[in-house]
Design a binder for this molecule. Structure first.
Ligand SMILES: [Zn+2]
Length: 63
């Protein structure tokens, strides 16, 4: 089960291949090589990376 590294919510929806969206804090997640890459959607529609906010451990997927 995928858990949001930002808000720890499990209310995460799949929006595409390896792409997920957190309904708790409204960030987008992309799964790549067993790691979660997090992005925030800005008001202008662009994506900014939030990966710096999380440790490698937080971003590793534990299924
Ligand atoms: Zn979240």
């Amino acid at each position: 089960m995928l858990r949001c590294p930002n808000c720890q919510s499990i209310d995460v929806g799949k929006i595409g291949v390896n792409q997920y969206y957190c309904w708790g804090c409204f960030i987008e997640m992309t799964i790549s090589k067993g790691k979660i890459n997090t992005h925030q959607v800005e008001e202008d529609g662009s994506l900014s990376s939030l990966d710096d906010l999380f440790s490698d451990e937080d971003r590793t997927i534990n299924f």
